[in-house]
Design a protein around this ligand. Structure first.
Ligand SMILES: [Zn+2]
Length: 217
C-alpha cells in the first residue's frame, strides 16, 4: 500500500538501505535497492522511471556536494543552508563591488594610476616622519574593486553551477548594489569631515556584511 511507513522507500535496516517494498509475506522486501534507486530490481528499481529518478537524485546530490564544497572554499558559514550562504555572499559582495566601483569612478585619472598606496608613521633621523609613498601602480581602490569583482563573479558562477536559479542570483546582486548606492548618496549628502570620511571605507563594508548576514532584505 502506498504511503504505508512499513514499506516506505529509503528505509534503513541494520545500518544499510533496503528495498522496503511489500513482499508476499507482507514484510518489507529487505533486498538492496538497484543503484541509485529506492527499490530492488524485483520491485521496479530497474524500471525506466526508477532509472530516471535515480539519475536525477545522483545529479542533485552532485550539485549539493559542489555547493557545499564551494561554500567551504569561500570560508562562508556552513551551519546555514549553503544555498542561502551563497546568496548572502552575492548580496554583500555585489554591494561592496558597487560601492568600490563608484569610488573608482570618483577618482581623477592621475589618482587611478598614482594611488596613495602606503603611509608610514614613525621616527626617522630628522624626527617624526609621516611619509606617504606614491607608487606608480593602480590605486588601492582600483585593486580592491578588481579583487572584489572577481570574487563576485566566482560566487555567482558557483551558485549557478550548483543549480541556484539565475533569477535569484541576479536579484541578490541587484539588491546589494542598490543598498550600496543608497549608502553612497546618504554619505555624500551628509558632507562629512575628512576624519569621518576616513572611517567610511571601514564602516560601510562592515555594515554591508552585517546586512547580508542578517538577511535584512
Ligand atoms: Zn525488493
Amino acid at each position: 500500500m502506498a504511503g504505508d511507513p512499513r514499506y516506505a522507500p529509503g528505509q534503513v535496516k541494520d545500518g544499510r538501505v533496503i528495498c522496503g517494498a511489500k513482499n508476499k509475506k507482507a514484510e518489507p522486501c529487505g533486498l538492496s535497492p538497484a543503484a541509485g534507486a529506492t527499490r530492488c530490481g524485483r520491485h521496479g528499481g530497474n524500471s525506466p522511471q526508477a532509472k530516471k529518478a535515480a539519475e536525477r537524485r545522483v545529479e542533485e546530490q552532485r550539485a549539493r556536494d559542489a555547493l557545499e564544497r564551494g561554500v567551504r572554499t569561500l570560508g562562508l558559514p556552513v551551519d546555514i543552508d549553503p544555498g542561502k550562504a551563497l546568496l548572502d555572499e552575492i548580496h554583500w559582495t555585489a554591494g561592496h563591488v558597487q560601492w568600490l566601483r563608484e569610488k573608482v569612478q570618483d577618482l581623477a585619472d592621475e589618482e587611478l594610476v598614482w594611488g596613495r598606496t602606503q603611509t608610514e608613521n614613525g621616527i626617522g633621523p630628522q624626527g617624526a616622519v609621516d611619509v606617504t609613498t606614491e607608487k606608480a601602480g593602480p590605486s588601492v581602490w582600483y585593486e580592491l574593486y578588481s579583487k572584489e569583482r572577481d570574487h563576485l563573479a566566482k560566487v555567482c558562477a558557483l551558485a549557478l553551477r550548483a543549480g541556484i536559479e539565475e533569477r535569484k542570483v541576479k536579484l541578490a546582486e541587484s539588491q546589494g548594489a542598490l543598498v550600496a548606492e543608497a549608502i553612497r548618496r546618504i554619505l555624500a549628502a551628509l558632507n562629512l569631515t575628512p576624519a569621518q570620511q576616513a572611517m567610511v571605507p571601514e564602516i560601510v563594508p562592515q555594515q554591508l556584511r552585517l546586512l547580508a548576514g542578517g538577511n535584512a532584505l
